[in-house]
Design a protein around this ligand. Structure first.
Ligand SMILES: Cc1ncc(COP(=O)(O)O)c(C=O)c1O
Length: 450
């Protein structure tokens, strides 16, 4: 779909372009059954029109009351073609490793729009970030500052822009595995730690370290605004105290975390978020930085899978599909819900209660448990919805499975954003070792005479 057509869709209409046409599921104007025929299964497919729409709607909301730089959380979806669309829309990047930073740069993100978070950045990663001239390093562990002192001395002509990730001790009221803002979590620094580190910088005599801001990120899939408002207020209070003591900040980063509707959740309206979370910071004259991931990417993609067969055990019926937990980890990691719908609806509209499982040898390899889904036959195709965030990016090669291909519908075309892996790629880094092992085995044959 052409971006110009986006504006014509009313906002309250479904926020994604995965819709049925004559009982067949389409991504924009492309039939997913046709895509499966051409590329095989399983595959991720993203809708560029949906992505562009989410980016535009998000930007217009958060910039309504003042300056704001939304930095897309690259961990949510790190595909280069996908990121290119994100950065082309004016987003920056929130990265948590040198790998993500390199991806962001390669996909066209301006370095001055990149912030770097993470509890364990190495000196090498920090040096690369500083040499790349990114917006700021968001320090979250005291030892990072020691690295930064060394780098600042080694690169006296470079500016070392620093922000501090604060742990505001706010309960995000989300799944414990994606809750990051409590003092029991490894993320961020307490207020007193931040003050100590600022003192250390001030007394170091190193003039090329510049203190730019504060950040926080209290968790993900947050469905109520109140924890985000509380965290914002902690940051504002800290910034005010710092200002009184002569430390002027230019930005406050309020992180990501906005939830989406996977199942029955009600999620905050973006306008309310902008008004309650961002505006009070913008009113004080700070630039707001945000790190949205899921809210942008979640509903931009689906994982398409084929029913390999049906298995009846005494207590359950299993639909065994060709995608597995290594392709989409969220259900196994967080018990996460993803809607599952047929690519072709049948006229009788029959449903059946089943467990939808993959072929991996783990009992957590399960996309749905005791779920009523459209009944199907071997060979039928299903879409696992809302898989655009933390889908492919957390996938792995477990069970020596090839990672699936990532496709993207863009302006009526299907782009192969990432090819399906070849088996040889899976062990390419092991062949040299295998050859060496074979030669030492030849010198020391085992009793089996290998
Ligand atoms: C530091 C940081 N910022 C932003 C995000 C993105 O969060 P979300 O996808 O919930 O918006 C994450 C993800 O957990 C994160 O760790």
């Amino acid at each position: 779909m052409h971006p110009a057509a986006l504006a014509e869709k009313p906002l309250e209409k479904t926020m994604n372009y995965f819709e049925y046409q004559n009982d067949s599921l389409y991504c924009e104007d492309i039939s997913l059954a046709d895509v499966a025929k051409k590329f095989g299964t399983p595959f991720y497919i993203y809708s560029s029109a949906t992505l562009q729409r989410h980016l535009a709607v998000f930007q217009s909301a958060v910039k309504e009351h003042g300056p704001c730089l939304p930095c897309f959380a690259v961990k949510a979806n790190s595909n280069l073609s996908y990121l290119h669309i994100v950065f082309r829309a004016g987003f920056g990047a929130d990265v948590v490793s040198e790998g993500e930073l390199r991806r962001a740069l390669l996909a066209g993100c301006k370095p001055e729009r990149i912030v770097f978070s993470g509890v364990g950045k190495t000196k090498g990663e920090l040096r690369f970030a500083i040499e790349s001239k990114i917006k700021s390093i968001q320090v979250e562990s005291p030892f990072e500052l020691d690295h930064l002192f060394e780098i600042a001395k080694e690169l006296p002509k470079s500016i070392v822009p620093v922000a501090f990730r604060v742990n505001p001790n706010v309960d995000a009221k989300t799944h414990p595995h994606i809750s990051t803002g409590m003092h029991s979590s490894k993320f961020g620094l307490t207020e007193s730690h931040v003050l100590e580190l600022i003192k250390k910088i001030k007394s170091s005599g190193i003039s090329n370290i510049e203190i730019k801001g504060l950040s926080c990120h209290i968790g993900s899939q947050i469905t109520s605004l109140s924890p985000l408002v509380d965290a914002r207020q902690r940051l504002v209070d800290m910034a005010t105290k710092l200002k009184e003591s002569g430390v002027e900040l230019s930005y406050l980063n309020l992180g990501g975390g906005l939830g989406i509707r996977y199942d029955q959740e009600t999620t905050p309206q973006l306008q309310e978020y902008a008004k309650k979370v961002c505006k009070p910071v913008q009113d004080l004259g700070y630039e707001v930085v945000l790190e949205p991931g899921r809210v942008i990417a979640g509903n931009t993609g689906v994982l398409v899978t084929r029913l390999l067969g049906i298995k009846e055990n005494p207590k359950k019926t299993f639909y065994i599909v060709d995608a597995a937990m290594n392709d989409l980890m969220r259900p196994a990691l967080y018990d996460a819900h993803h809607d599952i719908s047929p690519i072709k609806k049948s006229s009788d509209d029959q449903s059946i209660t089943v467990d939808v499982v993959g072929p991996v040898c783990e009992s957590t390899d399960k996309f749905a448990k005791d779920r009523a889904i459209a009944s199907g036959e071997t060979g039928d195709l299903y879409a696992i919805h809302s898989a655009g965030a933390y889908g492919f990016s957390i996938s792995s090669n477990y069970n020596t499975r090839r990672r699936v291909c990532e496709l993207m519908v863009d302006q009526g075309q299907v782009i192969v954003a990432r090819k399906r892996e070849q088996y040889e790629e899976l062990w390419a880094q092991e062949i040299e070792g295998l050859e060496k092992t074979k030669s030492t085995t030849a010198l020391n044959p085992t009793s089996d005479g290998v």
